[in-house]
Design a protein around this ligand. Structure first.
Ligand code: SF4
Length: 184
């Protein structure tokens, strides 16, 4: 097990806006967890990975996410104290599981941050039909880039006439390790 003991876990409201009903957390520990980063990045679709400074960012839906450094995990966007603890427990479990299986995993050293909204947009049906609940295909493309929604949320993309675009979009997204992610 790579990460056994969390030394300290501070949970707080964001200083920029105390009225916000969300919590952030910072967990610190003595273990250096950076050896798992390229494998975690590959398995969970990291948003950004700075290999030189060993910083890995993961985004979940609904504004939640993690920023991991060698001896620290910053958690953002928890609904309440219980969720702040559940998110820490989830990422700790992922770190340990992925580290155990690292020999079966091809490490990834790039993140999703290089995805471009315009490149996604040109592979969408571009009808602005709103079936995805976004006002425009551009808004959907931006949300897709953030990993907040799924390809299945655009029904026209799954029509036969869009098959070529869909396959190209899937290939493009996968080349950046894109995926939607939720802590369960
Ligand atoms: S459902 Fe697809 S085609 Fe319609 S607005 Fe959303 S992204 Fe565009």
């Amino acid at each position: 097990m790579l990460l056994e003991q969390i030394k300290n876990y501070e949970i707080f409201r964001p200083k920029c806006d105390y009225s916000k009903e969300i919590l952030h957390g910072i967990a610190t520990f003595d273990t250096d967890i950076s050896p798992v980063f390229p494998y975690l990045n590959a398995e969970l679709g990291g948003w950004d990975y700075d290999r030189d400074n060993q910083v890995l960012m993961l985004k979940l839906s609904a504004g939640k996410g993690f920023t991991m450094q060698r001896h620290e995990i910053a958690i953002k966007g928890a609904r309440d104290i219980e969720e702040a603890h559940a998110l820490l427990s989830w990422i700790k479990g992922q770190i340990n599981q992925v580290y155990e299986r690292r020999e079966e995993i091809t490490p990834r050293y790039t993140g999703q941050a290089g995805l471009r909204v315009m490149d996604i947009l040109r592979l969408l049906p571009m009808t602005n039909c709103k079936a995805c609940s976004y006002a425009t295909c551009m808004a959907y493309a931006a949300a897709l880039r953030e990993g907040e929604i799924r390809l299945e949320d655009c029904p026209p993309l799954w029509e036969e006439k869009c098959q070529e675009k869909r396959e190209k979009l899937q290939t493009y997204l996968e080349s950046f390790g894109w995926r939607t992610l939720d802590a369960e």
